[in-house]
Design a protein around this ligand. Structure first.
Ligand code: FAD
Length: 426
């Protein structure tokens, strides 16, 4: 396979969106660290509400983010809530369905509001949107550690309050004070540890993805194909059309809560994927690799991290806002960001803000737990064949599965004993 330069939508040539470090104020109302979907969501809503927001990121934008680039219905809803859906959809490649493919090769299509857009483009759009709302973006600017209020304990918490952050750009250090610091640094372990919220160092999963240009496959891969097979255990493979005859292809390994990460070489898993799924094989065989394959960790199921400490809220993948089972997290990252912003706007005190934010996350938790239970499919892919076999015979079950993707039906007990009984009878 040949390698060719990145096409425009993957390698956006627009100038970096950033303000020089000299523009970093000494203080602000809210410092948002990390300009991925979670951070941009908080920054947009708080800036729009009139708060003085500084948004920093370790990387200058536009920047790549290793991802499948799939926007599922929860992402569409969050983008709409932020007022940026139209701008995103003007650049994104619309897709009609998620195609779930079992080990036997049988498949079922789940329709929904779906699209694919390289994160290089999506995140720059979100960042520009936050800037347009009034946030000040400074990058590259790396968060190093929080500034604490000299050990003076608040009544609500015995630990000192976070009152700002130490940031670094090259050799220079910067100090910025803020009423609230938002940690939106994704699956990165160092910042999470620096704010003392890390409860589990190991990720929930790992994944690898690359872009492949192959015009011959444009008519054949039109949905977001997700494939389960015993050679991909405990995980899955995917091929998502990005548009412009380019496809995002990748594999993820998600062993499930409490299970050790198997020693796997993701490139070998990718090879296994191209062997077990004919469209992936055809894509790779006749295609041109665009850029390099890249791997990244995932933190899932709202597990593995504290959500806040006095003066600081953590949002997005930093608190595990990615779904186990499917590895999707763009929508839920934005949702946690929206909740953090709303909690800050509504709360009169530190304690109120933190309690409100916690309660909001607790309401999201059952859905994460459901995806965690569904994650057993990644270890036992024959279950997908069973589900596909049933859903192809039961329009009602098919609708329920689509409702789950679209978040229009209550997941309820789909993966409980009662749910399984219904599964075989309805
Ligand atoms: C291979 C792969 C495929 C995936 N596919 C999909 C998919 O198809 N659909 C989907 O919905 N989800 C997918 N996900 C999950 C998705 O990428 C995450 O859920 C999502 O990016 C989380 O958003 P976030 O804003 O919390 O973090 P991120 O998007 O990771 O953003 C964090 C930001 O923080 C910055 N940062 C980190 N450390 C520092 C620091 N010290 N100082 C300053 N800034 C810092 C980073 O530069 C980055 O810009 C995939 C993940 C992987 C790894």
């Amino acid at each position: 396979m040949h390698t060719r330069p990145l096409p425009p939508d993957v390698d956006a040539s627009a100038p970096a969106v950033a303000v020089p470090s000299s523009d970093l104020p000494a203080r602000c109302d809210v410092l948002v660290v990390g300009a991925g979907p979670a951070g941009c969501a908080v920054a947009t809503l708080l800036a729009r509400a009139g708060r003085e927001v500084v948004l920093v990121d370790a990387q200058a934008f536009p920047r790549d983010k290793t991802c499948g680039d799939g926007l599922i219905p929860d992402a569409h809803a969050a983008l709409a809530r932020l007022g940026v859906l139209e701008a995103v959809m003007a650049r994104a490649h619309r897709v009609e369905a998620v195609r779930c493919v079992g080990p036997s090769g049988n498949s079922i299509d789940l329709p929904g509001e779906l699209a694919v857009l390289p994160r290089r483009v999506l995140d720059e759009l979100l960042c520009r949107h936050a800037i347009a709302a009034g946030a000040r973006f400074v990058a590259p600017m790396r968060f190093e550690k929080p500034i604490l209020n000299d050990g003076v304990a608040t009544t609500a918490d015995v630990s000192p309050r976070v009152v700002g952050a130490w940031l670094r750009q090259g050799e220079r250090s910067f100090e910025i004070r803020a009423d609230w610091v938002i940690l939106a640094t994704g699956a990165a372990l160092v910042p999470l540890t620096a704010v003392d919220l890390c409860q589990r160092r190991s990720p929930s999963g790992i994944a690898l993805r690359g872009y492949v240009h192959n015009p011959a496959m444009a008519a054949q891969i039109r949905s977001m194909d997700v494939v389960w097979h015993r050679s991909l255990r405990p995980g899955y493979g995917w091929v998502f059309p990005v548009g412009g005859d380019v496809f995002n292809i990748g594999v993820g390994i998600l062993p499930g809560r409490g299970k050790p990460m198997p020693e796997v070489n993701l490139r070998s898993v990718l090879d296994a994927f191209t062997h077990c799924y004919a469209p992936a094989q055809a894509l790779m065989a006749g295609g041109t690799l665009v850029g390099d394959f890249k791997g990244a960790p995932l933190r899932c199921s709202l597990d593995g991290a504290g959500h806040s400490r006095t003066g600081l809220l953590a949002v997005g993948e930093a608190i595990g806002s990615t779904y186990a089972f499917t590895g999707e997290g763009i929508g839920k990252a934005m949702e946690t960001g929206i909740h953090a912003a709303e909690a800050i706007l509504a709360g009169a005190s530190d304690a109120e803000v933190r309690a409100d934010y916690d309660a909001r996350l607790a309401r999201l938790k059952p859905r994460f737990d459901l995806y965690e239970r569904a994650n057993r499919v990644n270890a036992q892919p024959w279950l997908t064949d069973l589900v596909i076999w049933r859903a192809r015979r039961s329009p009602r079950l098919h609708r329920r599965m689509a409702g789950l993707l679209n978040e229009t039906s209550n997941p309820g007990n789909l993966f409980s004993l009662k749910g399984w009984l219904r599964f075989f009878t309805e």
